[in-house]
Design a protein around this ligand. Structure first.
Ligand code: ATP
Length: 511
Protein backbone atom coordinates (compact mmCIF):
# COMPACT_ATOMS: atom_id res chain seq x y z
CA UNK A 1 0.00 0.00 0.00
CA UNK A 2 1.28 3.42 -0.94
CA UNK A 3 0.80 6.12 1.67
CA UNK A 4 0.33 4.64 5.05
CA UNK A 5 -0.96 1.16 5.65
CA UNK A 6 -0.71 1.64 9.38
CA UNK A 7 -2.80 4.79 9.34
CA UNK A 8 -5.45 2.98 7.31
CA UNK A 9 -5.64 0.14 9.81
CA UNK A 10 -6.06 2.70 12.58
CA UNK A 11 -8.91 4.37 10.72
CA UNK A 12 -10.71 1.04 10.33
CA UNK A 13 -10.40 0.05 13.96
CA UNK A 14 -11.24 3.56 15.16
CA UNK A 15 -14.38 3.50 13.02
CA UNK A 16 -15.52 0.41 14.85
CA UNK A 17 -14.43 1.37 18.35
CA UNK A 18 -16.19 4.74 18.24
CA UNK A 19 -19.45 3.55 16.71
CA UNK A 20 -18.96 4.71 13.11
CA UNK A 21 -18.86 1.53 11.03
CA UNK A 22 -19.45 -2.16 11.68
CA UNK A 23 -19.03 -5.06 9.28
CA UNK A 24 -22.40 -6.28 8.00
CA UNK A 25 -23.91 -9.23 9.90
CA UNK A 26 -20.75 -9.61 11.92
CA UNK A 27 -22.13 -12.34 14.18
CA UNK A 28 -22.16 -14.55 11.07
CA UNK A 29 -18.57 -13.51 10.23
CA UNK A 30 -19.69 -10.65 8.01
CA UNK A 31 -20.43 -10.28 4.31
CA UNK A 32 -17.55 -9.24 2.11
CA UNK A 33 -17.53 -5.55 1.11
CA UNK A 34 -20.83 -4.80 2.84
CA UNK A 35 -20.89 -2.53 5.91
CA UNK A 36 -23.33 -1.10 8.43
CA UNK A 37 -23.23 2.47 9.66
CA UNK A 38 -23.37 2.67 13.45
CA UNK A 39 -24.77 5.31 15.80
CA UNK A 40 -22.14 7.95 14.99
CA UNK A 41 -21.61 6.84 11.41
CA UNK A 42 -25.23 7.31 10.47
CA UNK A 43 -25.12 10.90 11.74
CA UNK A 44 -21.89 11.74 9.92
CA UNK A 45 -23.28 10.23 6.74
CA UNK A 46 -26.57 12.11 7.08
CA UNK A 47 -24.70 15.38 7.64
CA UNK A 48 -22.47 14.86 4.59
CA UNK A 49 -25.56 14.11 2.50
CA UNK A 50 -27.21 17.27 3.81
CA UNK A 51 -24.11 19.34 3.07
CA UNK A 52 -24.14 18.11 -0.51
CA UNK A 53 -27.91 18.48 -0.93
CA UNK A 54 -27.94 22.06 0.29
CA UNK A 55 -25.06 23.05 -1.94
CA UNK A 56 -26.75 21.50 -4.97
CA UNK A 57 -30.48 22.01 -4.48
CA UNK A 58 -30.86 25.00 -2.14
CA UNK A 59 -27.97 27.00 -3.62
CA UNK A 60 -29.13 26.65 -7.23
CA UNK A 61 -32.54 27.93 -8.24
CA UNK A 62 -32.40 25.72 -11.33
CA UNK A 63 -31.68 22.41 -9.55
CA UNK A 64 -34.36 20.25 -7.95
CA UNK A 65 -34.18 16.87 -6.26
CA UNK A 66 -35.96 13.54 -6.66
CA UNK A 67 -35.90 10.16 -4.97
CA UNK A 68 -36.45 7.42 -7.54
CA UNK A 69 -36.93 3.73 -6.77
CA UNK A 70 -34.01 1.32 -6.67
CA UNK A 71 -35.92 -1.18 -8.85
CA UNK A 72 -36.57 -0.01 -12.38
CA UNK A 73 -38.07 -1.48 -15.52
CA UNK A 74 -35.46 -3.92 -16.87
CA UNK A 75 -35.35 -2.23 -20.28
CA UNK A 76 -33.80 0.78 -18.55
CA UNK A 77 -30.54 -1.15 -18.25
CA UNK A 78 -30.66 -2.36 -21.83
CA UNK A 79 -31.06 1.24 -23.01
CA UNK A 80 -28.38 2.63 -20.71
CA UNK A 81 -25.86 0.11 -22.01
CA UNK A 82 -25.34 -1.54 -18.63
CA UNK A 83 -26.51 -4.99 -19.73
CA UNK A 84 -23.97 -5.07 -22.54
CA UNK A 85 -21.16 -2.88 -21.32
CA UNK A 86 -21.08 -2.50 -17.54
CA UNK A 87 -18.12 -4.81 -17.22
CA UNK A 88 -14.80 -4.87 -15.47
CA UNK A 89 -11.87 -6.77 -16.97
CA UNK A 90 -10.80 -9.32 -14.38
CA UNK A 91 -7.75 -11.52 -14.11
CA UNK A 92 -6.99 -14.32 -11.65
CA UNK A 93 -3.69 -15.32 -10.23
CA UNK A 94 -3.38 -19.09 -10.62
CA UNK A 95 -1.12 -19.52 -7.57
CA UNK A 96 -2.77 -17.26 -5.01
CA UNK A 97 -6.28 -17.81 -6.46
CA UNK A 98 -6.83 -14.09 -5.95
CA UNK A 99 -8.87 -12.07 -8.40
CA UNK A 100 -7.91 -8.60 -9.58
CA UNK A 101 -9.15 -5.93 -11.92
CA UNK A 102 -6.69 -5.99 -14.80
CA UNK A 103 -7.08 -2.25 -15.41
CA UNK A 104 -6.38 -1.47 -11.75
CA UNK A 105 -3.19 -3.57 -11.78
CA UNK A 106 -1.97 -1.59 -14.78
CA UNK A 107 -3.05 1.77 -13.34
CA UNK A 108 -1.19 1.01 -10.12
CA UNK A 109 1.93 0.20 -12.14
CA UNK A 110 1.59 3.49 -14.00
CA UNK A 111 1.09 5.37 -10.75
CA UNK A 112 4.39 3.97 -9.46
CA UNK A 113 6.15 5.55 -12.46
CA UNK A 114 4.45 8.83 -11.63
CA UNK A 115 5.64 8.59 -8.03
CA UNK A 116 9.20 7.92 -9.20
CA UNK A 117 9.07 11.04 -11.37
CA UNK A 118 7.67 13.07 -8.46
CA UNK A 119 10.50 11.89 -6.22
CA UNK A 120 13.12 13.01 -8.76
CA UNK A 121 11.40 16.39 -9.02
CA UNK A 122 11.29 16.80 -5.24
CA UNK A 123 14.99 15.95 -4.96
CA UNK A 124 15.87 18.49 -7.64
CA UNK A 125 13.74 21.15 -5.99
CA UNK A 126 15.71 20.66 -2.80
CA UNK A 127 19.02 20.78 -4.65
CA UNK A 128 18.32 23.91 -6.73
CA UNK A 129 16.29 25.84 -4.17
CA UNK A 130 14.72 29.08 -5.41
CA UNK A 131 16.35 28.77 -8.81
CA UNK A 132 14.38 25.59 -9.58
CA UNK A 133 12.31 25.73 -12.75
CA UNK A 134 9.98 22.74 -12.50
CA UNK A 135 8.55 23.01 -15.98
CA UNK A 136 11.98 23.00 -17.57
CA UNK A 137 13.15 20.12 -15.38
CA UNK A 138 10.14 17.96 -16.20
CA UNK A 139 10.65 18.42 -19.94
CA UNK A 140 14.44 17.98 -19.99
CA UNK A 141 15.65 15.69 -17.23
CA UNK A 142 16.11 12.32 -18.99
CA UNK A 143 14.98 10.17 -16.07
CA UNK A 144 11.81 12.19 -15.42
CA UNK A 145 11.02 12.33 -19.13
CA UNK A 146 11.45 8.55 -19.35
CA UNK A 147 9.20 7.80 -16.37
CA UNK A 148 6.42 10.11 -17.52
CA UNK A 149 6.58 8.89 -21.10
CA UNK A 150 6.39 5.29 -19.99
CA UNK A 151 3.46 6.09 -17.72
CA UNK A 152 1.61 7.76 -20.58
CA UNK A 153 2.38 4.95 -23.04
CA UNK A 154 1.17 2.28 -20.64
CA UNK A 155 -2.11 4.04 -19.92
CA UNK A 156 -2.73 4.80 -23.57
CA UNK A 157 -2.11 1.24 -24.65
CA UNK A 158 -4.44 -0.07 -21.95
CA UNK A 159 -7.14 2.40 -22.95
CA UNK A 160 -6.84 1.37 -26.61
CA UNK A 161 -7.01 -2.33 -25.80
CA UNK A 162 -10.01 -1.96 -23.53
CA UNK A 163 -11.81 0.20 -26.03
CA UNK A 164 -11.33 -2.34 -28.80
CA UNK A 165 -12.11 -5.23 -26.42
CA UNK A 166 -8.63 -6.61 -27.07
CA UNK A 167 -8.38 -8.46 -23.77
CA UNK A 168 -5.48 -10.60 -24.99
CA UNK A 169 -3.42 -7.43 -25.29
CA UNK A 170 -4.39 -6.35 -21.76
CA UNK A 171 -2.94 -9.63 -20.52
CA UNK A 172 0.10 -9.22 -22.76
CA UNK A 173 0.67 -5.79 -21.27
CA UNK A 174 0.53 -7.16 -17.72
CA UNK A 175 3.09 -9.78 -18.67
CA UNK A 176 5.37 -7.38 -20.53
CA UNK A 177 5.42 -5.00 -17.58
CA UNK A 178 6.18 -7.90 -15.26
CA UNK A 179 3.26 -7.06 -13.00
CA UNK A 180 3.02 -9.50 -10.10
CA UNK A 181 0.25 -10.37 -7.67
CA UNK A 182 0.57 -7.53 -5.10
CA UNK A 183 0.01 -10.01 -2.27
CA UNK A 184 2.25 -12.91 -3.26
CA UNK A 185 4.55 -11.74 -6.06
CA UNK A 186 3.38 -14.53 -8.37
CA UNK A 187 3.20 -13.78 -12.11
CA UNK A 188 1.15 -16.83 -13.01
CA UNK A 189 -1.94 -15.16 -14.54
CA UNK A 190 -5.10 -16.45 -16.25
CA UNK A 191 -6.61 -14.81 -19.34
CA UNK A 192 -8.44 -11.51 -18.87
CA UNK A 193 -12.26 -11.84 -18.91
CA UNK A 194 -15.13 -9.38 -18.78
CA UNK A 195 -17.42 -9.56 -15.77
CA UNK A 196 -20.80 -7.79 -15.51
CA UNK A 197 -21.20 -5.91 -12.26
CA UNK A 198 -24.99 -5.76 -11.97
CA UNK A 199 -26.85 -7.68 -9.28
CA UNK A 200 -29.84 -9.56 -10.68
CA UNK A 201 -33.05 -10.22 -8.80
CA UNK A 202 -36.61 -11.39 -9.53
CA UNK A 203 -39.98 -9.69 -9.44
CA UNK A 204 -43.02 -11.89 -8.87
CA UNK A 205 -44.01 -14.92 -6.84
CA UNK A 206 -43.70 -17.98 -9.05
CA UNK A 207 -40.56 -18.98 -10.84
CA UNK A 208 -42.32 -19.19 -14.24
CA UNK A 209 -43.92 -15.77 -14.19
CA UNK A 210 -41.09 -13.91 -12.49
CA UNK A 211 -39.41 -11.05 -14.34
CA UNK A 212 -35.66 -10.56 -14.21
CA UNK A 213 -34.72 -7.26 -12.62
CA UNK A 214 -31.50 -5.55 -11.57
CA UNK A 215 -30.64 -3.61 -8.47
CA UNK A 216 -29.63 -0.24 -9.92
CA UNK A 217 -25.86 0.08 -10.39
CA UNK A 218 -26.11 3.89 -10.46
CA UNK A 219 -28.76 6.41 -9.46
CA UNK A 220 -28.45 8.41 -12.69
CA UNK A 221 -30.96 6.41 -14.73
CA UNK A 222 -33.76 7.21 -12.26
CA UNK A 223 -33.12 10.84 -13.16
CA UNK A 224 -33.05 10.29 -16.92
CA UNK A 225 -36.33 8.38 -17.07
CA UNK A 226 -37.97 11.18 -15.05
CA UNK A 227 -36.43 13.99 -17.07
CA UNK A 228 -39.66 15.06 -18.77
CA UNK A 229 -41.83 14.56 -15.66
CA UNK A 230 -39.66 16.94 -13.69
CA UNK A 231 -39.19 19.40 -16.54
CA UNK A 232 -42.94 19.68 -17.16
CA UNK A 233 -44.23 19.68 -13.55
CA UNK A 234 -41.44 21.97 -12.33
CA UNK A 235 -41.66 24.13 -15.48
CA UNK A 236 -37.90 23.93 -15.69
CA UNK A 237 -35.97 25.74 -18.42
CA UNK A 238 -32.68 24.58 -19.88
CA UNK A 239 -30.14 24.70 -18.32
CA UNK A 240 -31.43 22.90 -15.24
CA UNK A 241 -30.40 20.04 -13.00
CA UNK A 242 -31.93 17.11 -11.14
CA UNK A 243 -30.19 15.85 -8.00
CA UNK A 244 -30.60 12.57 -6.20
CA UNK A 245 -28.99 10.61 -3.40
CA UNK A 246 -29.53 6.91 -2.89
CA UNK A 247 -28.27 3.37 -2.82
CA UNK A 248 -26.55 1.69 -5.75
CA UNK A 249 -25.31 -1.89 -6.04
CA UNK A 250 -22.32 -3.36 -7.85
CA UNK A 251 -20.97 -6.86 -7.68
CA UNK A 252 -17.41 -5.56 -7.38
CA UNK A 253 -14.69 -8.07 -8.16
CA UNK A 254 -12.06 -6.60 -5.95
CA UNK A 255 -13.40 -5.20 -2.73
CA UNK A 256 -10.61 -5.00 -0.23
CA UNK A 257 -10.50 -1.37 0.77
CA UNK A 258 -13.06 -1.00 3.54
CA UNK A 259 -15.86 1.38 2.53
CA UNK A 260 -13.91 2.66 -0.49
CA UNK A 261 -15.30 -0.09 -2.68
CA UNK A 262 -18.52 -1.66 -1.46
CA UNK A 263 -21.10 -3.90 -3.07
CA UNK A 264 -23.92 -1.77 -1.68
CA UNK A 265 -23.14 1.93 -1.47
CA UNK A 266 -24.71 5.35 -1.76
CA UNK A 267 -24.28 7.90 -4.50
CA UNK A 268 -25.00 11.61 -4.63
CA UNK A 269 -25.59 12.48 -8.26
CA UNK A 270 -26.69 15.51 -10.20
CA UNK A 271 -27.53 15.50 -13.89
CA UNK A 272 -27.40 18.93 -15.49
CA UNK A 273 -29.34 19.32 -18.76
CA UNK A 274 -27.91 21.81 -21.23
CA UNK A 275 -28.21 22.97 -24.84
CA UNK A 276 -26.28 20.79 -27.30
CA UNK A 277 -22.95 22.46 -27.97
CA UNK A 278 -22.81 24.14 -24.57
CA UNK A 279 -21.79 21.02 -22.66
CA UNK A 280 -18.07 21.80 -22.45
CA UNK A 281 -18.76 25.19 -20.87
CA UNK A 282 -20.90 23.52 -18.21
CA UNK A 283 -18.43 20.68 -17.79
CA UNK A 284 -15.77 23.24 -16.85
CA UNK A 285 -18.24 25.06 -14.61
CA UNK A 286 -19.09 21.91 -12.65
CA UNK A 287 -15.45 20.85 -12.36
CA UNK A 288 -14.67 24.13 -10.69
CA UNK A 289 -17.84 24.24 -8.56
CA UNK A 290 -17.41 20.73 -7.25
CA UNK A 291 -13.76 21.25 -6.35
CA UNK A 292 -14.76 24.37 -4.42
CA UNK A 293 -17.33 22.33 -2.50
CA UNK A 294 -14.64 19.88 -1.48
CA UNK A 295 -12.24 22.63 -0.45
CA UNK A 296 -14.95 24.26 1.68
CA UNK A 297 -14.67 21.39 4.16
CA UNK A 298 -11.04 22.24 4.84
CA UNK A 299 -9.43 18.83 4.35
CA UNK A 300 -6.45 20.47 2.63
CA UNK A 301 -6.07 21.62 -0.97
CA UNK A 302 -3.02 19.39 -1.45
CA UNK A 303 -5.22 16.31 -0.93
CA UNK A 304 -7.23 16.80 -4.13
CA UNK A 305 -6.32 16.49 -7.78
CA UNK A 306 -8.11 16.07 -11.10
CA UNK A 307 -7.47 12.97 -13.17
CA UNK A 308 -8.74 13.20 -16.74
CA UNK A 309 -9.86 9.88 -18.21
CA UNK A 310 -7.81 8.15 -20.88
CA UNK A 311 -10.56 5.69 -21.64
CA UNK A 312 -13.99 7.30 -21.95
CA UNK A 313 -17.11 5.36 -20.97
CA UNK A 314 -19.49 4.48 -23.80
CA UNK A 315 -21.67 7.53 -23.03
CA UNK A 316 -19.09 10.28 -22.43
CA UNK A 317 -17.25 12.87 -24.53
CA UNK A 318 -15.21 14.21 -21.60
CA UNK A 319 -14.62 12.86 -18.12
CA UNK A 320 -12.51 13.62 -15.11
CA UNK A 321 -12.23 12.34 -11.57
CA UNK A 322 -11.66 14.38 -8.47
CA UNK A 323 -9.16 12.21 -6.66
CA UNK A 324 -8.49 12.35 -2.95
CA UNK A 325 -5.37 11.43 -1.07
CA UNK A 326 -6.73 8.44 0.87
CA UNK A 327 -4.43 6.55 3.27
CA UNK A 328 -3.72 4.17 0.35
CA UNK A 329 -2.91 6.99 -2.08
CA UNK A 330 -4.78 9.20 -4.55
CA UNK A 331 -8.00 7.51 -5.72
CA UNK A 332 -11.29 8.54 -7.30
CA UNK A 333 -13.71 10.30 -5.00
CA UNK A 334 -16.03 11.92 -7.52
CA UNK A 335 -16.62 11.65 -11.26
CA UNK A 336 -17.59 14.53 -13.53
CA UNK A 337 -18.77 13.41 -16.93
CA UNK A 338 -20.06 15.05 -20.03
CA UNK A 339 -22.58 12.33 -20.97
CA UNK A 340 -23.71 13.91 -24.26
CA UNK A 341 -27.31 13.08 -25.25
CA UNK A 342 -26.53 9.35 -25.04
CA UNK A 343 -28.88 8.40 -22.21
CA UNK A 344 -31.94 10.43 -23.19
CA UNK A 345 -31.62 9.37 -26.83
CA UNK A 346 -31.29 5.73 -25.82
CA UNK A 347 -34.39 5.95 -23.62
CA UNK A 348 -36.28 7.63 -26.47
CA UNK A 349 -35.33 4.78 -28.75
CA UNK A 350 -36.17 1.95 -26.33
CA UNK A 351 -39.37 3.48 -24.92
CA UNK A 352 -40.70 5.03 -28.10
CA UNK A 353 -41.43 8.23 -26.09
CA UNK A 354 -40.00 11.62 -26.91
CA UNK A 355 -37.66 13.05 -24.27
CA UNK A 356 -37.12 16.50 -25.69
CA UNK A 357 -37.19 20.09 -24.57
CA UNK A 358 -38.85 22.87 -26.54
CA UNK A 359 -36.47 25.80 -26.30
CA UNK A 360 -38.55 28.98 -26.70
CA UNK A 361 -35.50 31.15 -27.41
CA UNK A 362 -34.32 28.91 -30.23
CA UNK A 363 -37.87 28.02 -31.24
CA UNK A 364 -36.95 24.34 -31.61
CA UNK A 365 -37.09 21.03 -29.77
CA UNK A 366 -33.99 19.01 -28.97
CA UNK A 367 -32.67 16.22 -26.76
CA UNK A 368 -30.56 18.04 -24.15
CA UNK A 369 -26.93 17.22 -23.43
CA UNK A 370 -26.03 16.20 -19.92
CA UNK A 371 -23.19 17.02 -17.55
CA UNK A 372 -23.08 14.74 -14.53
CA UNK A 373 -21.46 15.10 -11.14
CA UNK A 374 -21.38 11.82 -9.23
CA UNK A 375 -19.84 11.31 -5.84
CA UNK A 376 -19.84 8.28 -3.56
CA UNK A 377 -21.20 9.23 -0.14
CA UNK A 378 -19.27 6.41 1.50
CA UNK A 379 -16.02 7.49 -0.15
CA UNK A 380 -16.62 11.04 1.03
CA UNK A 381 -17.19 9.61 4.49
CA UNK A 382 -13.87 7.76 4.29
CA UNK A 383 -12.06 10.85 3.01
CA UNK A 384 -13.32 12.91 5.95
CA UNK A 385 -12.80 10.20 8.55
CA UNK A 386 -9.27 9.26 7.49
CA UNK A 387 -8.20 12.88 7.12
CA UNK A 388 -9.61 13.88 10.51
CA UNK A 389 -8.09 11.10 12.59
CA UNK A 390 -4.92 12.45 14.16
CA UNK A 391 -2.46 11.49 16.88
CA UNK A 392 -1.17 14.60 18.61
CA UNK A 393 1.77 14.97 20.95
CA UNK A 394 0.89 17.47 23.64
CA UNK A 395 3.15 19.93 25.45
CA UNK A 396 3.58 17.62 28.43
CA UNK A 397 4.79 14.84 26.10
CA UNK A 398 1.59 12.78 26.32
CA UNK A 399 -0.39 11.92 23.21
CA UNK A 400 -4.04 12.23 22.38
CA UNK A 401 -6.17 10.71 19.63
CA UNK A 402 -8.45 13.31 18.14
CA UNK A 403 -10.97 13.14 15.33
CA UNK A 404 -10.94 16.66 13.91
CA UNK A 405 -14.12 16.35 11.88
CA UNK A 406 -15.40 19.55 10.29
CA UNK A 407 -17.99 20.79 12.84
CA UNK A 408 -20.69 21.08 10.22
CA UNK A 409 -20.68 17.30 9.66
CA UNK A 410 -19.71 16.07 13.15
CA UNK A 411 -22.27 13.53 14.44
CA UNK A 412 -22.59 14.91 17.95
CA UNK A 413 -22.08 18.64 18.34
CA UNK A 414 -21.62 18.82 22.11
CA UNK A 415 -21.30 16.61 25.17
CA UNK A 416 -22.62 17.95 28.45
CA UNK A 417 -20.66 16.72 31.47
CA UNK A 418 -21.41 17.17 35.17
CA UNK A 419 -18.05 17.46 36.93
CA UNK A 420 -19.20 15.06 39.66
CA UNK A 421 -22.22 12.84 40.13
CA UNK A 422 -23.67 14.73 43.10
CA UNK A 423 -24.65 18.12 44.51
CA UNK A 424 -27.31 18.64 41.85
CA UNK A 425 -24.80 19.00 38.98
CA UNK A 426 -26.36 16.11 37.05
CA UNK A 427 -29.76 17.80 37.07
CA UNK A 428 -28.30 21.07 35.76
CA UNK A 429 -26.52 19.18 32.99
CA UNK A 430 -29.77 17.41 32.06
CA UNK A 431 -31.57 20.76 31.95
CA UNK A 432 -28.93 22.10 29.56
CA UNK A 433 -29.45 19.05 27.32
CA UNK A 434 -33.21 19.71 27.34
CA UNK A 435 -32.58 23.25 26.02
CA UNK A 436 -29.92 22.37 23.47
CA UNK A 437 -31.59 19.29 21.99
CA UNK A 438 -34.06 21.35 19.95
CA UNK A 439 -31.26 22.76 17.83
CA UNK A 440 -28.38 20.32 18.15
CA UNK A 441 -27.53 16.66 18.52
CA UNK A 442 -26.05 16.63 22.03
CA UNK A 443 -25.24 13.88 24.53
CA UNK A 444 -24.86 13.51 28.25
CA UNK A 445 -21.80 11.82 29.77
CA UNK A 446 -21.12 11.39 33.48
CA UNK A 447 -18.93 8.29 33.59
CA UNK A 448 -15.20 8.51 34.56
CA UNK A 449 -13.05 11.49 35.51
CA UNK A 450 -13.66 14.59 33.42
CA UNK A 451 -10.22 14.40 31.77
CA UNK A 452 -10.99 10.94 30.45
CA UNK A 453 -14.37 12.10 29.23
CA UNK A 454 -12.68 14.91 27.28
CA UNK A 455 -10.36 12.42 25.61
CA UNK A 456 -13.26 10.14 24.78
CA UNK A 457 -15.14 13.01 23.11
CA UNK A 458 -11.96 14.10 21.29
CA UNK A 459 -11.63 10.63 19.83
CA UNK A 460 -15.33 10.46 18.95
CA UNK A 461 -15.08 13.79 17.11
CA UNK A 462 -17.34 15.94 19.32
CA UNK A 463 -16.38 19.61 18.79
CA UNK A 464 -17.56 20.99 22.16
CA UNK A 465 -17.64 19.77 25.74
CA UNK A 466 -19.77 21.68 28.24
CA UNK A 467 -18.81 21.07 31.87
CA UNK A 468 -21.10 21.86 34.76
CA UNK A 469 -19.33 22.42 38.10
CA UNK A 470 -20.07 23.94 41.50
CA UNK A 471 -19.58 27.47 40.23
CA UNK A 472 -22.44 26.84 37.79
CA UNK A 473 -24.82 26.75 40.73
CA UNK A 474 -23.70 30.18 41.83
CA UNK A 475 -23.37 32.16 38.61
CA UNK A 476 -25.06 30.10 35.87
CA UNK A 477 -21.80 29.68 33.93
CA UNK A 478 -20.18 26.55 32.50
CA UNK A 479 -16.81 25.67 30.99
CA UNK A 480 -16.83 25.20 27.22
CA UNK A 481 -13.89 23.21 25.88
CA UNK A 482 -12.92 23.18 22.21
CA UNK A 483 -11.87 19.83 20.73
CA UNK A 484 -9.26 21.15 18.29
CA UNK A 485 -7.37 23.58 20.51
CA UNK A 486 -8.33 22.07 23.90
CA UNK A 487 -8.83 25.68 25.04
CA UNK A 488 -11.43 26.25 27.73
CA UNK A 489 -13.50 29.31 28.55
CA UNK A 490 -16.21 30.23 30.92
CA UNK A 491 -19.52 31.27 29.38
CA UNK A 492 -23.03 31.60 30.70
CA UNK A 493 -25.54 28.82 30.11
CA UNK A 494 -27.67 31.12 27.98
CA UNK A 495 -24.76 31.62 25.53
CA UNK A 496 -24.07 27.93 24.81
CA UNK A 497 -26.56 27.36 22.02
CA UNK A 498 -25.47 30.46 20.11
CA UNK A 499 -21.81 29.53 20.52
CA UNK A 500 -22.41 26.11 18.96
CA UNK A 501 -24.60 27.58 16.23
CA UNK A 502 -21.88 30.02 15.17
CA UNK A 503 -19.66 27.15 14.09
CA UNK A 504 -22.45 25.43 12.17
CA UNK A 505 -23.56 28.11 9.76
CA UNK A 506 -24.01 26.66 6.27
CA UNK A 507 -23.45 30.16 4.93
CA UNK A 508 -20.01 30.35 6.53
CA UNK A 509 -19.04 26.85 5.38
CA UNK A 510 -20.44 26.88 1.88
CA UNK A 511 -19.82 30.47 0.89
P1 ATP B 1 -14.12 3.09 -9.74
O1 ATP B 1 -13.33 3.43 -10.96
O2 ATP B 1 -13.42 3.41 -8.45
O3 ATP B 1 -14.73 1.72 -9.77
P2 ATP B 1 -16.31 4.30 -11.08
O4 ATP B 1 -15.58 5.17 -12.04
O5 ATP B 1 -16.87 3.02 -11.55
O6 ATP B 1 -15.40 4.06 -9.77
P3 ATP B 1 -18.67 5.89 -11.12
O7 ATP B 1 -19.45 4.91 -11.89
O8 ATP B 1 -18.18 7.12 -11.80
O9 ATP B 1 -17.45 5.14 -10.39
O10 ATP B 1 -19.50 6.25 -9.81
C1 ATP B 1 -19.49 7.54 -9.24
C2 ATP B 1 -18.96 7.53 -7.83
O11 ATP B 1 -19.59 6.50 -7.07
C3 ATP B 1 -17.48 7.23 -7.72
O12 ATP B 1 -16.72 8.41 -7.90
C4 ATP B 1 -17.35 6.70 -6.32
O13 ATP B 1 -17.21 7.75 -5.39
C5 ATP B 1 -18.68 6.02 -6.09
N1 ATP B 1 -18.53 4.56 -6.21
C6 ATP B 1 -18.50 3.83 -7.34
N2 ATP B 1 -18.39 2.52 -7.07
C7 ATP B 1 -18.36 2.42 -5.72
C8 ATP B 1 -18.26 1.32 -4.82
N3 ATP B 1 -18.21 0.07 -5.25
N4 ATP B 1 -18.24 1.59 -3.48
C9 ATP B 1 -18.32 2.85 -3.04
N5 ATP B 1 -18.42 3.91 -3.84
C10 ATP B 1 -18.44 3.72 -5.17
Amino acid sequence: MAKNEDQFKKVISHAKEYGYIFGSSEIYDGLSAVYDYAQNGVELKKNIREYWWRSMVYMHQNIVGIDAAILMHPTTWKASGHVDAFNDPLIDNKDSKKRYRADVLIEDYAEKLNIKAKKEIAKARKRFGDAFDEEQYVTTNPRVVKYLKEQKDVLERMARSLETENLADVKALIEELGIADPDTGSKNWTEVRQFNLMFGTKLGASAESATDLYLRPETAQGIFVNFLNVQKTGRMKIPFGIAQTGKAFRNEIVARQFIFRMREFEQMEMQFFVRPGEEMKWYEYWKETRLKWHLSLGLGEENYRFHDHEKLAHYANAATDIEFNFPFGFKELEGIHSRTDFDLKAHEEYSGKKLQFFDPEMNESYVPYVVETSIGLDRMFLAILSNSLQEETLEDGSTRTVLKLPNIVAPVKAAVLPLVKKDGLQEIAQDIIETLKWDHNVIYDEKDAVGRRYRRQDAAGTPFCITVDHQTKEDQTVTIRYRDTMKQERISISEISEKIKQSLSYKEWLA
